[in-house]
Design a protein around this ligand. Sequence first.
Ligand SMILES: [Zn+2]
Length: 388
Amino acid sequence: MKALNFYLLYMAFLGSYNKLNVLGLIISPNNNNNNNNDNGNNNNNNKNINDYKSTSDTQINAGDGYHQESSESLLKTEMKKYDEQNPQKESSQEFSKRDPVGGLERALETIRLNKTPLPPWLKTITGLNDWPGLEPPYIPLDFIDFSKIPQIEQYGPSQCTIVPRDSCSFDCYKCVEPDDVYTCHKLSQTFDDGPSDSTEELLKHLGDTKSTFFNLGINIVSHPNVYKKIIEQGHLIGTHTWSHPFLPSLTNEQIIAQIEWSIWAMNATGNHIPKWFRPPYGGIDNRVRSITRQFGLQAVLWDHDTFDWELLNGNSQRTENAIFEDVKKWKADSASKGGLILEHDGASKTVEVGKKVFDIVGKDQLTVAKCIGGIDYIRKYSDLEKKL
Ligand SMILES: [Zn+2]
């Protein structure tokens, strides 16, 4: 039923997302090489960037609503900042009334000015001059061996009936592989979909407790200062892809593009390469795993879902109290079972819930790496190395 919920939510938000994208609210590429809609060959490793098949709107769904709220509040913050810095100019609000699109565009400029710059090494690797939009282009990488990727049919979030059991789909069958992490010996929170402007509230509340954040590349480069703050406070950061698609619905090249751009966002903003990966919507099967493993990533799932994202859906039956009651039960069980809790820091509402969940769970929590005694990052670069 969860997959169905995702799908319905995705349908509800699709309109908003298309609108946001048209307005360029999510960073638009200056140099977009991914518009070549050729065939949909699933396992062809001979394509170059110009052959990349663009995903359709229905595949890039990012449909859990967090990005919409966070982008809107980000916009308001940025408009306010712009007005403070430019008192001589007509206020953004007035400007927007006169010319809504022009007003938004002006505020968006300030967001773009604050983003992580595309470093020279990445320009060399990709041949691009700016970060991509929702559909990142596939850049071939030497170390990816396509012959290791199993031939498993692509499927959408509501298509579990066509998914074979032996593909070990987590979203369809809750199937996990031996190298997947899905629980912890101490009950611990994890947060997906940030960084957003709401994340800072959560960071303050967590105090000295270290948590795990699975960030979207597109949000990392548009909120570099929040990202750096998460690192400064000693939290662990993993990748949650570049722009939140349901990965099993994508081609191999599109999955690679989602992962490579998210890693580059982390490297360019935080000087490190992630070890941990959480698939959006829990969408992972052995085809996705075979790709993410080649990046050295280890998949992190969960065994306790707050369904906090449902609070953002006006028609949902989920309430904050129901979430807190669930967490209290998990807490009561945690001495024997522990657990990993799925939450989100992409919107103020889910951050508020996250703070209260923290009060219930308590300070004694672990990062995912600590849960299994693993490393935090595959590699950390010093500032000196970065300059070379
Ligand atoms: Zn997510």
